[in-house]
Design a protein around this ligand. Sequence first.
Ligand SMILES: [Zn+2]
Length: 297
Amino acid sequence: MELLILKINEFLKNYHGNLILNNDDPNVARLGKANPNNQNVYYFHVDKYPFSTDYMKEVGEGKFCPFCQTRLEYEYYQYSHIGKFVCPNCDYGNHAIYKEARNINLHEKTFEIDDTLYKIKSNSIYIIYNFTAAITCCSLYHVDTNFIKKALSTFELNNGRFEKLVIKNTPTIINLAKNPTGANMSLQLLNEDKEEKELFFVLNDNQVDGTDVSWIWDINFENLNNVKRIVTAGTRSYDIAIRIKIAGFDETKIESYPDLEQAVKALYTNTTKKYIIANYTSLQPTRAELLKLKYRS
Ligand SMILES: [Zn+2]
């Protein structure tokens, strides 16, 4: 993570163009200081929403001020280390905000920016951050607000990024997770949903996934909300099952299948809503199995 930030920072030292940054992520907002002469730095921010917390639920990647190493103070957290923060020593984080998303209503799937109400198809805070970035960009290039509203109201994610499918009459949400933050974001969405559901976790350890799967211990499987069963699959199906068991989930409700096809078949023996988390190389094979079942039924 740090290597990536430093590389982008190095490039930005001589950059004078428009730069749009998430002010709620201390690892991102710091890039605004890479070139003090750039007058075109724009920060966006997402206001507190009903699931914001005053403590960090997961392992965060930005606890300390990158400029003076003081521990950052948070007014609230949205997810992981994303939230309203400031450095109590050097005031890092206290930037003028160009665009702010407010009145976030996950139930109605709406939020407001500059008194414009945006209705979207997703109920994830993570997606609202992405949309706020997109709206900030569109605003800088004078794209008509009504056009943005229309585009956002019909936009649906596919290809395994919070993708919604119906398989054998079963509502299914599938999301890619390559790291603890991504997985925790999916679990936050699952926990915000009061309905009964089942979780399917597919974990591979191929070369591009990283052969070290110790990151699964930073996933917050504690206190899952109304999860009736968990099915695991992938080359490391047993590792993820053990992680979940250690988190306190009833082991008699965990099923592991190293074989993906078998796992998907076992998963759809009932019509309880499914949340699916798959890591990098497991995502497309998982989707393929799901679609096979969808079009066969
Ligand atoms: Zn500081």
